[in-house]
Design a protein around this ligand. Structure first.
Ligand code: BGC
Length: 759
């Protein structure tokens, strides 16, 4: 007779000992797909949460409950309605990851995710499958909106803040997708072929920071391979790097799929298979029986699962209310969102003055895009559009234009839904995006006299399952959109009036060819359910935008080195001399068209690292964003102490309205060490809201390890001795102050030679 202890925090060993092989295999395989369908629950606990992406299985004999895992990252994703009740279970649609990163404000991000975590807890989930933190290697990755930035430091700091906020509620996160999951085309099989150095410095660095600074409960291994091995099955990645080097002590779960190498995954340290299927349980049992899986590996993973389970609210029997503070969170989101909106152009028209009647064009102005599609789409009760936002700010939206748009949107949506119904791609594609309506010049002309200003919203959406396209209507404007911008500008300018463009888009688009035409461009991103209010608050001056770009807007798509090796469209004869930029250190292979693998031939030359090193023009640089006020930077000081480097700089609001400023500290290394990009972000800080004339001294800290580069020859992180330059920028291209500091002694930190490219 097997003993039957009931799980508690102090008896994990005893419970582990009491488990049968079948029970162990059951615990490391999730409860199946069923929990995603309203009302159909597969796991044994009938109180589970409808619409959650996954569960862990219960073993009632040992007092082990099921736990619930639900998406993320722009809020909790569960079903909003349930059979048998009129109660609703909507969640707040928070700003997407890219908007959070655009705030450059870790405190604000933590505040927002503290609220988000309350929804996770009060709706009965245990883990939010978020944050998404893959790098923006290429702007056309379909899921970039869920992710933070092209820079690993900004990514890591944002992720750590996000994790702290969620976990302050006593629920967990799953930092995803670990790692180098930077495209959606062929995402289940694709092999990311990347040098050890770029992997460590770029694609792993953000995860390293998040793990070390915020102690996430769980990490989600990705679908793809790195250098020929599935990440889910990579002992080097999941054990050597993640646990041995970084000290991670939570659980790793797979992304949602069932790969044949279950046994290799268990061995690698992938503790939980999600969403979980019977054949995975069977494989594990068979492998232990035939000796191809060491039961010690299974026991290790089971122990971690038990350690996770005793931390969960479900294990504690938490009585969740199903009534999170949605009203409070909506207010918080509306107030926070302008910090993530980026003012790209403003010739003085914003904030609007002496404007009463608005000619509001663009489908997105009435059918605002709050977030992307796929598992990252939150079921929110409503989305505020720009028309509503302008009205609550006291403006009038022209009725004819509004009526016309609303009719067009309703009709088009109905026909699009009918056309796509039943294609089975519902969860991935979401609601169809309504193509921009064509508006004739004569209509615009008729409306010119009745309105004081034209505002045009340009919309794009993207999401899980596909990458964006280098094509009109996606990366570039359509002919119709171009014409609308030009015609509205011509008409309104001739009448002494202005045109403002709002970009309601999830990722970077081409701007260089048209950005000079309107009087202002506000980049709203897809900023969540309060987006239309936040946009109008900024346009009308109720809020001062303080977002700055967490990525570069290039002049042309093929200016981006990774465009030679990204499956959206491949460049012909890409002429970027990467070898020269990397000091001839390697001869990058620029391969085209390969759907089974992606050669990360650009190596470290991602985003601003490339543009600053090559001295190439961009449309908007990394870190860029305007404000309604101006700031002055003092002379900085940089001190090297025992615990690291401390920089201080005083920022003064020299304009006439209150505002916040994000200061970025870029460092360039002395010659002599490894060849490096021209500069790299090493710290950043944002002021509080400074009144006109007010100053604040910011302290920016980092350590010698943050300065290190990864030497493939020695398999070690190395910080060279010598004189470093610190650049204090309002963007990477707008350096306001410089200082230098000295690292007296070279330092190095050994690392393991794992996840290496195949020779
Ligand atoms: C996505 C994950 C998500 C999971 C569960 C996967 O397809 O890649 O980001 O958390 O589904 O919905």
């Amino acid at each position: 007779m097997i003993a039957q202890p009931k799980l508690n925090k102090g008896n994990i060993d005893e419970v582990l000992k009491a488990m049968t092989l079948e029970e162990k295999a059951t615990l490391v395989v999730g409860g199946g797909w069923g929990s995603m369908t309203a009302g159909s629950l597969t796991a044994s606990d009938a109180s589970l949460v409808s619409g959650a992406a996954g569960t862990t299985r219960a073993i009632p004999r040992l007092g082990i409950p099921s736990t619930v895992l639900a998406d993320g990252p722009a809020g909790l994703r569960i079903n909003p309605t349930r059979p048998g009740t009129t109660q609703t279970f909507y969640c707040t649609g928070f700003p997407v990851g890219t908007v959070l990163a655009s705030t450059w404000n870790t405190e604000l991000v933590e505040q927002l995710t503290t609220a988000m975590g309350e929804e996770v807890k009060e709706y009965g989930a245990d883990v939010l499958l978020a944050p998404g933190q893959n790098l923006h290697r290429n702007p056309l990755c379909g899921r970039n909106f869920e992710y933070f930035s092209e820079d690993p430091l900004l990514t890591g700091k944002m992720s750590a803040a996000y994790v702290k906020g969620i976990q302050s509620n006593g629920v967990g996160v799953s930092v995803k997708h670990f790692a180098a999951n930077d495209q959606e085309v062929n995402r289940m099989q694709n092999d990311s072929r990347v040098s050890a150095r770029a992997l460590r410095e770029l694609y792993l660095k953000g995860f390293e920071i998040a793990v070390k600074e915020s102690d996430p409960w769980t990490v989600m291994s990705s679908y793809n391979k790195i250098n020929g091995e599935f990440t889910q099955q990579s002992h080097g990645l999941l054990t050597t790097i993640l646990r041995d080097e970084w000290g991670f002590n939570g659980i790793v779960m797979t992304d949602w799929g069932n790969k044949e190498g279950t046994v290799a995954a268990v061995h690698a340290g992938n503790d939980l298979m999600e969403p979980g299927m019977q054949n995975e349980i069977d494989r594990i049992i068979a492998a232990v029986k035939d000796g191809s899986l060491d039961v010690a590996d299974l026991d290790r993973n089971v122990r971690r699962l038990l350690e996770y389970i005793v931390r969960t609210p479900r294990f504690a029997g938490y009585k969740y209310s199903n009534k999170p503070d949605l009203a409070g969170h909506a207010k918080l989101v509306r107030k926070a969102t302008p910090e993530g909106l980026v003012l790209l152009e403003n010739n003085g028209v914003l904030p609007l003055k002496d404007v009463k009647k608005v000619a509001l064009y663009g489908t997105g102005a009435y059918d605002f895009i709050a977030g992307g599609t796929g598992s990252g789409n939150v079921n929110k009760a409503y989305v505020r559009n720009i028309a509503e936002g302008l009205r609550v700010n006291g403006l009038e939206v022209d009725k004819d234009i509004e009526t016309w748009y609303r009719q067009y949107i309703d009709l088009t949506k109905t026909s699009l839904r009918n056309n796509t119904a039943g294609n089975g791609l519902g969860i991935l594609l979401g609601d169809p995006v309504v193509p921009e309506m064509e508006v004739t010049r004569s209509f615009m002309e008729r409306k010119l006299g009745a309105t004081d200003i034209a505002i045009l919203s340009i919309s794009r959406n993207a999401g899980e399952g596909d990458d964006r396209k280098n094509a009109d209507g996606d990366w570039t404007l359509t002919g119709n959109e171009r014409q609308m911008i030009q015609t509205l500008a011509d008409l309104y300018h001739a009448a002494g009036k202005k045109l403002v463009v709002v970009l309601n888009i999830g990722g970077v688009i081409e701007t260089a060819s048209w950005k000079h035409i309107p009087d202002a461009i506000l980049l709203a991103w897809t900023p969540g359910q309060e987006g239309g209010y936040a946009v109008a608050d900024v346009l009308c001056g109720a809020a001062n935008p303080s977002g700055k770009l967490p990525m570069t807007f290039p002049v042309a798509y093929y200016d981006i080195p990774s465009s030679a090796n990204f499956p959206a469209n491949y460049s012909d004869g890409n002429s970027i001399d990467l070898a020269a930029l990397m000091g001839g250190a390697r001869t990058p292979r620029v391969l085209r068209k390969d759907i089974d693998y992606t050669e990360y031939a650009e190596d470290l030359m991602v985003g601003y690292r490339y543009f600053t090193t090559a001295g190439k023009n961009v449309s908007y640089p990394f870190g860029y964003g305007l404000s309604y006020t101006t700031f002055e930077y003092s002379k900085p000081s940089v001190k090297v102490g025992k615990d690291g480097i401390t920089a201080t700089i005083t920022v003064k609001n020299t304009g006439s309205v209150a505002g916040k400023e994000a200061v970025q500290l870029y460092v360039s290394a002395p010659a002599g060490g490894l060849q490096k990009p021209a500069c790299e972000l090493k710290a950043f800080a944002k002021t509080k809201e400074l009144k006109p004339g007010e100053t604040q001294t910011l302290t920016l800290t980092f350590d010698a390890y943050t300065l290190a580069s990864f030497n493939e020859g020695t398999s070690a992180w190395e910080t060279a001795a010598g004189a470093y330059k610190a650049f204090f920028g309002a963007s990477v291209a707008d350096i306001r102050a410089t200082a230098s500091f000295k690292i007296g002694k070279a330092q190095s930190w050994p690392a393991n030679p794992v996840c290496l490219p195949k020779k």
